[in-house]
Design a protein around this ligand. Structure first.
Ligand code: ADP
Ligand code: MG
Length: 305
């Protein structure tokens, strides 16, 4: 189990994180979400032991994670970290990057393991390619595979699929997260993409204003977003009578059924529906509709709980 206890940290005068407490169980997938600059990457780096803590302690099982002041070499065998920068060897092939830390004394096992990892990140066609000739997304996949090579007990991923195109993203997420679950590898994923989270995270931790403002299962957080910030992570939302409603919770009705009135301003194609932007009591509201609506039309809606 990972334990983060009373952690506080600042790069200079202003604190970035204040009094952070949480735990992650073995095999658990924890997502850390928060706006850009909220301290997600800093928190991962602290867990990895890249900086000295100002206050607090971090433990993986019985091992205390220590920063550079107390540790000659940063990092531990049981933990791997894929940063937003990847740090690969550019003039070396994909397979050699991935197998870098695997023992040369067992060439067959090394080759087998490398091939298994190449398959997980779907880079079969690039095994012999030098990393410098890969796209950003392909490099990111090499970095993920390399971090998995020696089966860490806990994996820290910083926006792991951010450079990967939508064509590949879906299957890659499933490959990687399912692999981690099968091997019972704990992981902490910093992300701003709800698709990295919804189907995979056991819990979500929300960072805002240097603190944890929520920690809950994805279903609970989604169903009952305690703040507009949390709701905005998931979907377009509205505040009506001081309550938060997602766009899909507003429904257009015949006028006799509702006293909520709005004037259509814009329709945006959204795949399986259209997002309608309309003016209601001097604010914009957002709702879904199966077809676009005419600008300036008056419509009526109700809220579904
Ligand atoms: P996130 O990953 O959520 O976008 P970061 O952890 O990167 O947030 O950054 C949190 C805050 O710390 C930001 O205000 C950022 O400017 C600051 N920061 C990040 N890295 C450094 C650094 N190496 N030196 C000084 N300030 C930093
Ligand atoms: Mg970051």
């Amino acid at each position: 189990m990972l334990q983060v206890k009373k952690l506080s940290f600042s790069y200079s005068k202003d604190p970035v994180l204040k009094d952070i407490n949480f735990t992650v169980n073995s095999g658990e997938n924890l997502a850390i979400i928060g706006e850009s600059g909220s301290g997600k990457s800093t928190l991962l780096k602290l867990i990895f032991g890249e900086y000295d803590l100002e206050q607090g302690q971090i433990f993986w099982k019985d091992n205390e994670i220590l920063g550079p002041k107390h540790n000659l070499v940063i990092g531990y065998d049981f933990m791997k970290y894929v940063s937003q920068e990847f740090d690969l060897m550019p003039y070396t092939s994909v397979e050699n990057n991935i197998g870098k830390h695997l023992s040369r004394f067992y060439p067959e096992e090394k080759e087998q393991r490398t091939n298994e990892l190449i398959k997980i990140v779907e880079l079969e066609d690039f095994a012999k390619t030098k990393v410098k000739n890969l796209s950003g997304g392909q490099k990111q996949r090499v970095a993920i595979a390399r971090a998995l090579a020696k089966e860490p007990e806990i994996l820290l991923l910083d926006e792991p699929f951010s450079h990967i195109d939508n064509f590949k993203k879906q299957s890659l997420r499933r490959n990687v997260f399912n692999y981690l679950k099968t091997k019972s590898i704990s992981c902490i994923v910093a992300t701003h993409d709800k698709n990295d989270v919804l189907g995979f995270a056991d819990e979500i931790l929300v960072l805002n204003g240097k603190k944890i403002i929520a920690k809950d299962k994805p279903q609970e957080l989604y169903k009952n977003p305690k703040s507009p910030l949390i709701a905005s992570f998931f979907e377009e939302f509205n505040i009506i009578n001081n309550k938060i409603y997602y766009a899909h919770q507003l429904k257009l009705v015949e006028d006799s059924n509702s006293n909520l009135k709005a004037i259509v301003k814009e329709s945006y194609f959204n795949g399986n529906s259209w997002l309608i932007e309309a003016e209601h009591n001097d604010t914009f509201i957002y709702l879904n509709n199966i077809e676009p609506l005419k600008k300036e039309d008056v419509v009526y809606f109700k809220v579904l709980d």
